[in-house]
Write a protein that binds this ligand. Structure first.
Ligand code: PLP
Length: 360
């Protein structure tokens, strides 16, 4: 039983959709219909108002490639040598944006907190108010999956908007989108991926892009042909390269399931699964990091100092339940349960926590 915080368990109707006859995405008009439906369904999942216009308008694009491609494409599409980027971070993904920025010749300023701390909002204010502050882009992460923290991106966006409304904002919502409400309408490039709360297989990166972000992308020379959103802005004359047909068909089916259930019901299901997971953890004496108020409804990280790998192995060997350890320096210190997408079900959480109880 797959209970990792991505890739998540893929439900049977999605796996069946993937076994259908292949479509040629470049030649068969049927693929365009599927792609159009996927972007329409995604727009709903992103919470985009279809009638929005002007600065509120957003286009959704789906690129063939793992979620990381979206992160890189956001940077490659907006950053050129000399672009000043504020990277707000309290975890590995937040810090990782600075590496992309540097690799595309931009100038990153990392405003970071420790991994168990909230986003550093006071330091953000200071960075924005500095005499030489002239940021073009700001990046941040909604759910820092490695620590299980759901960051208060609204508070950060308030401060950025108040300091300099011209700053383009990029938010990695890969592990929250589809399980938690995301403030897409305030974000210039909002990133998602197929393999987290949508419960489709890994292979697609999604983005909701604002009109002014498109304008910024159009005003510059692309630095990457593949990690580039622009060719997807208007695909009426075709795709820039052969799309990942099977992955798109799978995402279409997965989004259909999600929207049939309804966004509110899906979010409630995530909240219920998370609450039950933490309650069962507390009964076992396990502390949830980073704490009840800041933990994401999509993933629970339990503190198990030094024991994560051995617990993970025994759960897999003895109970056929797959969980994740931490990432990076403290990898052995946290055991992570992904109640994300199809796995965000109380019955699956109960089975997982029964197994964890037995192993402990
Ligand atoms: C999963 C995830 C991604 C996508 O990258 P992976 O290669 O699957 O790690 C990006 N950002 C966040 C926050 C994620 O959880």
């Amino acid at each position: 039983m797959l209970m990792t915080p991505g890739p998540t368990a893929v439900p049977e109707p999605v796996r069946e959709a993937m076994s259908r006859e292949l479509i040629n995405p470049d030649v068969d008009p049927a693929f365009r219909e599927i792609y159009d439906r996927v972007t329409e369904r995604l727009a709903t999942a992103y919470g985009i108002d279809p009638d929005a216009s002007g600065s509120d308008a957003r286009d959704v694009v789906v690129l063939g490639g793992e979620g990381i491609l979206g992160l890189e494409a956001a940077v490659a599409s907006l950053v050129e040598p000399g672009t000043e980027v504020l990277c707000l971070a309290n975890g590995l993904y937040g810090e990782g944006f600075a590496d992309f920025v540097a690799s595309y010749g931009g100038d990153p300023t990392v405003v970071a907190a420790e991994h168990d701390e909230p986003l550093p909002l006071d330091a953000l204010d200071e960075a924005l108010a500095a005499d030489d502050a002239d940021f073009d882009v700001a990046t941040m992460v909604h759910c820092e999956t490695p620590t299980g923290a759901l960051n208060d991106v609204d508070a950060a966006l308030d401060r950025i908007e108040a300091a300099d409304a011209e700053i383009l904002t990029v938010v990695d919502a890969v592990s929250s989108l589809g399980g938690v409400s995301v403030p897409t309408e305030r974000i210039d490039v909002c990133l998602g991926a197929s393999q987290k709360c949508f419960s489709a297989p890994p292979g697609l990166a999604t983005a909701a892009v604002s009109d002014r972000a498109w304008a910024a992308m159009e005003a510059r020379e692309p630095h990457s042909l593949y990690a580039n959103f622009l060719p997807f802005r208007d695909v009426s004359d075709g795709f820039p390269y052969t799309h990942l047909t099977t992955e798109v068909v799978a995402l279409d089916e997965a989004l259909g399931l999600l929207l049939d259930e309804g966004l509110d019901a899906v979010r409630e299901r995530h909240a219920a699964a998370a609450a039950r997971c933490r309650e069962r953890g507390a009964e076992l004496g396990l502390e949830t990091v980073p704490g009840p108020e800041r933990s994401s409804p999509t993933v629970t990280a339990f503190a198990v100092p030094g024991r994560a790998e051995s617990l993970q192995e025994r759960l897999r060997e003895e109970h056929d339940v797959l969980l994740a350890t931490g990432l990076g320096d403290g990898a052995s210190d946290v055991l992570r349960v992904g109640h994300m997408g199809h796995s965000a079900r109380v019955d699956r959480v109960e089975e997982t926590m029964d197994a964890l109880a037995a192993v402990l």
